[in-house]
Design a protein around this ligand. Sequence first.
Ligand code: SF4
Length: 263
Amino acid sequence: MTSAPRRTSRSSSGALPLEAHRLLLARYGPLGWWPAESPLEVCVGAILTQNTAWSNAERALGNLRAAGLLGDARALLALPEARLAGLLRPAGSFRVKARRLRALLRWILARGDGDPRAALRGDPARIRADLLAVHGVGPETADALLLYAGGHPVFVVDAYARRVAGRHGWRDPGEDHDRMRAWFESGLPRDPRVLNELHAEIVTVGKEHCRPVPRCDGCPLEPLLPRGGPLPLPAATRRRAAPRAGSATRRGAGTGRGRSRAR
Ligand code: SF4
């Protein structure tokens, strides 16, 4: 699998993420992700939104909030797993997510004495490696935790980012997660606010324009298209980006554009 851009765009490759951010910011304004009241809530939401729309994760979060369980990692972990799973039911795959959430909570307790910010403090590469060893935490979830709960300057590569990068010929859409993340990050300031916004912007443009059949007319990223229009996505990437029970991503704060899985 190659990691080289599939076609050279009119801008130099390294400047593209920032150029995309400028165009998307001009269209959407600040999106203000992640919609959570605390770093612990971000962590819980990051597990619950895996493979489902954020609206479903939100309903499960509402159950936890109503039960007074979102303020304390220790209290949440003390809940019997079956009871926790029942509260997570609206998020789908609720037994799996209960196990995954309990694994992440144990990690937060072990590393940060229950404080997610403390658990996520330090060198992001080392913390990412640590997180990836936690049951149910994959690269996208780890990076979302690092950025949105830990405040680290990390770009979150998801199906929308792959779709946009692939259709514009910036990267091979099936590229290894870390290589694609490094490419986005190398073209952006090491500022978590910018990385936060660009991820939110790409999800938003993915939901509004860069759908399975792209709607390029009027898309804020239309000026960055290669000559000849969007490139076709390889079948494997189309399958990866297609809606399926249990793969996805989340959130969208106060914009009415709440995040969901790529579709
Ligand atoms: S809809 Fe078209 S212009 Fe917009 S991001 Fe997708 S490929 Fe680019």
